[in-house]
Design a protein around this ligand. Structure first.
Ligand code: ADP
Ligand code: ZN
Ligand code: ZN
Length: 661
């Protein structure tokens, strides 16, 4: 009798699929079903990826599937193919991708649920009043709706406050009329509640999907979504792997945001997977941003994407100008007199102020004045940040945390100097300067508890605070109508960072945070304090705006032959001994010697040379096309796996890297 073999993926960081025999009484096993198998000495769950008739495995070693958990596939063909493609493109273990792309209850073998949306979630039944759309919004809707039945990638390039969300809503309504579902991916979970409400207000069944949901809630939502009971799904990057049978529209909001890229394990970019998915499914995708990334603009230039510009705010207010304060010429060290005056002015008008500083903690550097001791992380070698909140010293790279002893560890002196400032110190200074105002600090230290951040955002909208001090948590996406002044404290470090994306990210941050000012009917103002008022990048950005600035950056990149004009893959090796990492990468480089489709640079130390006790070295592989890059890397994976001192090294491959430290 003929045997059938199932190729099975196991949720572990393993590149291979494993062959198991399908028992003859179980002929109905098909791809996408879960099964129990004996793997090594353990019984584990696996996902059937494929069925075939032959195996190269020795008959004696071929084991049978023990048990089939599903009657119908719980993962459809579209998703299985997506998992395989992602694994191939990012050279990530298939088991790891399935792990990232499925809820834990599903992986653990829980039975699929048969649920009814209305019994679990009460609909709010809000009827919203229709807005009068701006001409730019109308034009955008018209253009996108022409391609509602086919793949087309739109870049909705709209300044902050131009009403992009309303465009999403109108297109989603069209998609809903065709009985199709819409997936909206956002870079951070705290952007979800606002959007959720926006779409609930137009009477849609809306579900969220992100890591803060309990495993149970995640599974409930996953089931409802795959049963087509959600019209709109709003989630963070892992929601790009949701099973959405009637998917008809994809939206990636804040497409430039690097949080869309997973930085640990499989280094996938949810935006790029979404584009692939839209293409395969032949449906439209909208990338939204006020500050599109350089790679997306390049795709517009190559005519792969259609750019739709919205350059006016719906409230008709101008984007506030950025005013520069030269900190080398001010009396005060932390808050310039101009900023203090401007804050006073806004407070007297009962308006709100944002103080932006992208560094948490109190002081990024402390040292002993007597013996020059500096507390350093013993795992990374970098100096630790002082946090006053819990009197601790923290390494912001590996998160190591130690109690501060209130004195020098070396010489016992208590004459300690605190250099530079984080949000905690700014808060202290502001509190002293503006005694009678209500002040709130928003960063990941102040908002650890669940729901805390949403409460603060509500309170800000209800004018319970006058001055908001925060990191980029405050700057992204939020709509605070009464904020009319944004003061940006210190960005000087990013101006000179060696990272590939640093200056682009800085420009995006500056525009995004400026966009928080003057969003309702009052004019806004933005002030930037810097010790480098004549920096070319800053001046160009302020004078000519983001669009001009990013085009200029692309020119520079083109001349230097750098991404996004070239495709990069970075192989990173981590080892306790530099020598091991170097030898390992040299071996790979040797293997690529004759492949003239790629240029190889390195091994070289990464930006973070040492992190958590490991030395990090990179090999950069550069290629004209993504497919050539993919082939060359695939070719060298067997070499990598055969290197004998494997166990002393951790290696990763990062395709289209953003920040490879
Ligand atoms: P963006 O995402 O482009 O920065 P939003 O979509 O958040 O802007 O819109 C900003 C605000 O303007 C929202 O409160 C939204 O409800 C409102 N809005 C959008 N379109 C219009 C319109 N045509 N007329 C009046 N208000 C609008
Ligand atoms: Zn000392
Ligand atoms: Zn550290």
């Amino acid at each position: 009798m003929k045997k059938y073999i199932a190729e099975i993926a196991i949720v572990k960081p393993l590149h291979n699929l494993f062959d198991y025999e399908i028992p003859s009484d179980n002929a109905k096993v098909s791809p996408g079903m879960r099964v129990k198998i004996e793997f090594g000495k353990k019984i584990v769950n696996g996902f059937v990826m494929n069925i075939k008739e032959n195996t190269e495995l020795d008959q004696k070693r071929l084991k049978k599937i023990l048990n089939v958990l599903d009657e119908k596939p719980c993962i459809n063909k579209e998703l299985l193919d997506l998992f395989l493609w992602v694994s191939d493109y990012y050279h990530a273990p298939i088991g790891q991708i399935i792990g990232l792309g499925t809820p834990s209850y599903l992986r653990n073998g829980k039975e699929m649920l048969n649920l009814n949306f209305n019994e679990i979630y009460r609909k709010r039944n809000m009827i919203r009043s229709d807005l009068e759309l701006s001409n730019e919004q109308l034009a955008a809707i018209k253009k996108i709706s022409c391609s509602i039945n086919e793949y087309h990638c739109f870049l909705l390039d709209g300044i902050t406050g131009s009403g992009k969300t309303e465009v999403y809503r109108k297109i989603q309504e069209l998609v809903k009329k065709k009985d199709r579902q819409t997936l909206i991916i956002v870079p951070e979970k705290n952007l979800i509640p606002g959007l959720l409400q926006y779409f609930e207000d137009s009477n849609m069944n809306v579900l969220e999907y992100h890591s803060s949901l309990t495993p149970k809630k995640r599974f409930i939502n996953w089931n409802l979504i795959q049963d087509c009971q959600a019209d709109v799904i709003i989630g963070t990057r892992s929601s790009v792997f949701l099973k959405i049978p009637k998917l008809g529209l994809l939206i990636v909001d804040e497409e430039h945001d690097i949080s869309l890229k997973n930085q640990s394990d499989a280094k996938y970019n949810a935006r790029d997977i979404a584009i692939y998915r839209a293409k395969k499914k032949n449906i439209p995708i909208i990338l939204g941003s006020a500050t599109p990334s350089s790679e997306t603009i390049l795709n517009v230039l190559k005519r792969k994407y259609s750019q739709i510009k919205m350059r006016e705010r719906v409230n008709k207010k101008k984007i506030p100008n950025l005013k520069i304060i030269d900190m080398t010429k001010t009396k005060n060290e932390i808050l310039s007199e101009e900023v203090i005056e401007a804050i006073q002015d806004r407070l007297s008008k009962k308006e709100q102020v944002i103080i932006y500083l992208n560094r948490r903690g109190y002081s990024p550097l402390i040292y002993c004045k007597t013996c020059k001791w500096i507390p350093k992380c013993n795992q990374c070698g970098l100096n630790m940040t002082y946090h006053k909140r819990n009197n601790s010293l923290q390494c912001h790279h590996c998160c190591k945390n130690t109690q501060y002893q209130n004195k020098c560890i070396e010489c016992n002196s208590d004459d300690i100097s605190f250099i530079g400032e984080g949000t905690e110190k700014i808060e202290e200074v502001i509190k002293k300067e503006f005694l009678n105002s209500k002040i709130v600090r928003v960063d990941s230290d102040s908002t650890r508890k669940k729901g805390e951040l949403q409460k603060i955002f509500e309170d800000i909208k209800n004018n319970k605070y006058d001055i908001l001090i925060g990191t980029q948590m405050l700057s992204k996406g939020h709509h605070f109508p009464n904020v009319t002044l944004v003061a940006i404290m210190n960005i000087d470090q990013s101006l000179f960072s060696p990272r590939l994306k640093a200056v682009e990210q800085l420009a995006q941050q500056l525009i995004q945070v400026s966009g928080r000012s003057g969003r309702a009917n009052k004019d806004g103002e933005v002030i930037l304090q810097t010790a480098f008022p004549n920096n070319e990048d800053l001046l160009r950005l302020i004078k000519n705006g983001y669009e001009n600035w990013i085009n200029n950056l692309l020119e520079v990149r083109k001349n230097l032959n750098l991404p996004p004009y070239k495709n990069w893959g970075v192989i990173q090796a981590k080892a306790r001994k530099v020598y091991d990492a170097e030898k390992f990468l040299l071996k790979i480089k040797e293997r690529m010697k004759n492949r003239n489709e790629v240029e190889v640079y390195g091994p070289m130390p990464s930006n973070m040379q040492k992190k958590a006790n490991f030395y990090n070295l990179n090999l950069i592989i550069q290629s004209q096309t993504k497919s050539k890059l993919n082939l060359v890397l695939k070719d060298c994976i067997p070499t990598i796996k055969n290197i004998p001192y494997q166990n002393r090294i951790k290696w990763t491959i990062d395709i289209d890297p953003i920040d490879y430290d």
